[in-house]
Write a protein that binds this ligand. Structure first.
Ligand code: PEP
Ligand code: MG
Length: 878
């Protein structure tokens, strides 16, 4: 049977969201439950996908159905397109499965032409009505030209401005019917000038063009970006809703409004909204006139208001969620134009979910499913003042790498960030890219903006770990670090100039936008408690400092899944010892440097074990390419030379010798343990000695170090390192006289390790997927550079998401699945986790649940997000 591409509102229901889009399904549902909806029809999302499959053409089959439904709509409403007695005018609106506010196109007042306009005016001699008709007409021509034919808005705006100037008036509303009539003529002439054809006067032609335009708008750049940010697949397509117009601007007995059944900012249970007498929907949004609060509608339209309050009640009970509604009153009668589950702040979302449980409308499971985990971010970081940000225009956009809001003076180096912050300045650190040396500067800054780097770049990973706002990879910035300036959006910014950056959206703003501190409402804890009771996946944290570890515990982490030991050496004193180790040219010299490092590591580990109070702590051996830590500044090189009794030239030669063509595939990870086993010995000693000391100090804690070997690719390589660990650890335990259990496991971050997981599992206590590297090595994309060309992949629909931000289920995910299936039968005790950046991404967490992982590990501020996502995955997959 052939598909059905059009549904009258009376033929659909709320369950048909995939086919009818959110708006279409809800219009149908409102129709079903007897609410007053102007009766039109919905063209399905499948018609949209067919349009794209056919090469952006609406095929004959779909067209025939549209025509048949136009006829049915005419009959139901007793009006006809182009009729001079009862002309039908319609709105044409997009409506995807998931709401994408403002991303796609809308056309109102479709069906007007010279004859219809003349006939309408003839039928109603009120001069105000004449003005209304001409106003509608010129708006329609403008909207159709802009949206459907893509004639720039500016041509029409120039004509309006010229008219206002000629008439000596300031606002559009001050133009008379005659002015608007003249304007409509000018608009049509402009259309002909731009398009080379007359403005289409046949309403059906207007309609078909408008439908095509809505389908086309599914693929506009802003919709594509919105989809990527909100996990909406391109393949869904949009539906098109064709609905007879009702006129809120007909007379003073008419009006239009928008309302929420609960406050979308706070969640408070009260009707919220705005209403305008004698106006069309866009007037409410445009802000030319100030709308009145919804409560005042009662005085002017008592019956319509009563009906509306009743509708609100019916809709809330029906959908069991807060509703966002658009409505119009025409000649005193209420019409519902739209309803949907209202968008809300994270705080409101929590309150509403809890209230609905208390009101007996939702179960706890349903309440947990109502919260978008990504929105929790906003509860945990400072945010821009919502009223200010709404009006602000971004000057550029990078990747929203670490959420939060930052505003301050621009500095170009980590040192400047530190010294400016010390004297009380708020600064934003702007760098081409960051390196480990920038850490203290990053800490001192309000936020970090980088020109290069993706979601797993150094800046992004470190900033997330710190809970610091970061926008990375804004390639539009033209940077001159030397001169301490950059240009963006045509303006040159110097040191000390002010900018604001939004780490959630990636937006960059000129000047200072005020921020407000995040507050955690009481409902937050309630929802998280429910979430914890449903989830089966454990949540650990990636933390390298006791502060991060404590923060993560506060946020509910059940252990450390990754402590990157190299991060412990960013401190200036420590890095000196570390550099001595790297630049040592004999084993003895290296051991001497390691002996200086050991006490630092041991004391850090002790603090971590204490902060975790007996929860597991996974400590990973040194991983990065060593050259990342060598000094680059002359004075640091000189200091190192002095410390080692070498000449500056000798040190420079060593630094040179450490350079690699492909450092991320170079001398790093467990390869360092193979070449320098003494590093492994020192790190093992530090871990076990710390465990012994903390066990002695806190007999109640069951300290359980999990020692993790990075970048393993072969079982013999793993065995080699494990042997050193076991010999060293057992000797330390024997000497310490305390019983300490420890585990030894490996990261799975090289495809070869995944392929040979059964061999490695036989020797390992645990696996932890390092999906940053696993993604890098599976795709062959550099995790630090791929952001540069990723846009071309999005534009050409090759990828919809950054695989470094969202786990690639089909490729990387397949390797993970193979690893688990190969590993567990060999070693039933094997526990498996993930500690790449994906461990804090809600959709990736869901996938980890489906794969049967034991835990995800993510940066501290993502812990609540992962807990909630894990609960939702468990509920959905029950
Ligand atoms: C990884 O590769 O996913 C990982 C966690 O390790 P790192 O990011 O430190 O390379
Ligand atoms: Mg790695």
């Amino acid at each position: 049977m052939s598909k059905k591409y059009c549904y009258l509102f009376s033929e659909g229901n709320a369950g048909m969201r995939e086919l009818l889009g959110g708006k279409g399904a809800n219009l149908a549902e409102m129709t079903n439950i007897g609410l007053p909806v102007p009766q039109g029809f919905t063209i399905t999302t499948e018609a949209c996908t067919q349009y794209y499959e056919d090469g952006r053409i609406i095929n004959d089959e779909i067209m025939a159905e549209v025509k048949a439904n136009v006829e049915k709509m005419e009959e139901i409403n007793g009006k006809k397109f182009g009729d001079l007695e009862n002309p039908l005018l319609v709105s044409v609106r997009s409506g995807a499965r998931a709401s994408m506010p403002g991303m796609m196109d809308t056309i109102l007042n479709l069906g007007l032409n010279d004859d219809v306009v003349a006939a309408m005016i003839k039928g109603n001699p009120d001069p105000k009505f004449e003005r209304f008709v001409y106003d509608s007409y010129r708006r329609f021509i403008q909207m159709f030209s802009d949206v459907v034919m893509e004639v720039g808005k500016k041509y029409f705006e120039q004509l309006i401005d010229k008219m206002k100037e000629e008439k000596g008036v300031k606002f559009d509303v001050d133009l008379t019917a005659a002015d608007l009539k003249e304007l409509a003529e000018q608009f049509k002439a402009e259309y002909k000038k731009q398009i080379g054809e007359d403005f289409p006067s046949d309403p059906k032609v207007q309609l078909y063009e408008a439908i095509r335009a809505v389908f086309r708008s599914w693929d506009n750049p802003r919709a594509n970006v919105y989809r990527r940010d909100n996990d909406i697949p391109y393949s869904w397509g949009t539906a098109v809703n064709v609905m007879p117009m009702v006129f809120g601007n007909l007379n003073n007995n008419s009006g239009t409004g928008v309302a929420f059944t609960r406050d979308p900012a706070t969640g408070e249970k009260k009707l919220m909204g705005e209403f305008l007498v004698n106006a069309q929907g866009e007037d409410v949004v445009a802000g030319v006139r100030t709308p009145m609060p919804i409560a005042e509608m009662e005085k002017q339209f008592p019956q319509a208001y009563k009906d509306f309050v009743n509708v609100c009640d019916v809709l809330e009970k029906h959908y069991r969620d807060m509703q966002d509604m658009e409505f119009t009153v025409e000649n005193g009668k209420l019409y519902m134009l739209q309803c949907r589950n209202g968008k809300r702040t994270a705080q409101a979302a929590l309150k509403i979910a809890c209230d609905l449980v208390d009101e007996g409308m939702k179960t706890r499971e349903e309440a947990v499913l109502m919260i978008d985990p990504r929105n929790l971010d906003t509860l945990l970081h400072p945010q821009f003042d919502a009223s200010v940000i709404k009006k602000a225009e971004a000057i550029g956009k990078g990747l929203g790498a670490s959420p939060g809001a930052a505003a301050g003076k621009i500095v170009f180096s980590a040192d400047d960030a530190e010294s400016w912050a010390e004297r009380g300045e708020k600064v934003v650190l702007v760098r081409l890219e960051t390196s480990p040396e920038d850490i203290t500067g990053m800490k001192a800054a309000q936020g970090i903006l980088t020109v290069r780097g993706g979601m797993t770049s150094h800046a992004a990973v470190v900033a997330r770990g710190m809970g610091k706002c970061c926008v990375s990879g804004c390639g539009d910035i033209n940077m001159d670090e030397e001169a301490k300036q950059f240009t963006l959006a045509g303006k040159t910014y110097h040191e000390g100039d002010t900018i604001s950056i939004d780490g959630s959206t990636g937006n960059i703003y000129d000047g200072l936008i005020p921020t407000v501190d995040a507050t955690i409402a009481g409902e937050f804890g309630r929802i998280m408690k429910w979430a914890d009771s449903f989830r089966t996946l454990h949540v650990r944290t990636n933390a390298d400092t006791p502060e991060d570890a404590r923060k993560a515990r506060e946020l509910g982490a059940e252990g450390i899944g990754l402590c990157r030991t190299e991060h412990m050496f960013f401190d200036p004193i420590r890095i000196a010892a570390f550099r001595e180790m790297i630049c040592a040219d004999t084993k003895e010299a290296r051991e001497a440097a390691l002996a200086k490092i050991e006490p630092y590591q041991q004391s850090d580990f002790e603090k971590l074990f204490e902060a975790l109070e007996g929860y597991p702590v996974t400590i990973r051996f040194l991983d990065p390419p060593l050259h990342e830590f060598v000094p680059t500044e002359e004075e640091d090189i000189a200091a190192l030379a002095a410390a080692q009794g070498k000449t500056v030239d000798e040190v420079k030669a060593i630094i040179e010798s450490l350079k690699e063509f492909n450092p991320m595939m170079g001398h790093r990870g467990c390869r360092l343990s193979i070449t320098y086993p003494e590093i492994t010995v020192m790190q093992t000693q530090a871990i076990i000695r710390a465990a012994i000391n903390v066990t002695k100090a806190h007999p109640g804690f069951k300290v359980l170090p999990e020692i993790m070997i990075p970048l393993t690719c072969d079982v013999k390589e793993y065995d080699f390192v494990k042997k050193i660990v076991v010999e060293t650890a057992d000797a330390e335990i024997a000497a310490g006289g305390v019983e300490i259990n420890y585990l030894v496991g490996t990261m799975i971050e090289i495809p070869r390790a995944a392929l040979l997981a059964d061999e490695i599992a036989a020797k390992a206590d645990f696996f932890c997927f390092g999906t940053n590297d696993l993604t890098q090595m599976t795709f062959g994309f550099s995790r630090d550079d791929s952001g540069k060309f990723m846009n071309a992949y999005y534009d050409n629909k090759i990828f919809e998401n950054d695989p470094f931000a969202r786990l690639d289920r089909s490729g990387v995910g397949k390797l993970m699945d193979m690893t688990i299936k190969a590993g567990r039968p060999v070693n039933p005790k094997l526990h498996v986790g993930i500690c790449g950046e994906h461990g804090g991404d809600p959709t990736s967490v869901e996938f980890c649940h489906e794969l049967g992982l034991n835990y995800v590990s993510c940066s501290p501020f993502r812990v609540p997000i992962a807990r909630l996502a894990a609960a939702q995955a468990a509920i959905k997959n029950k």
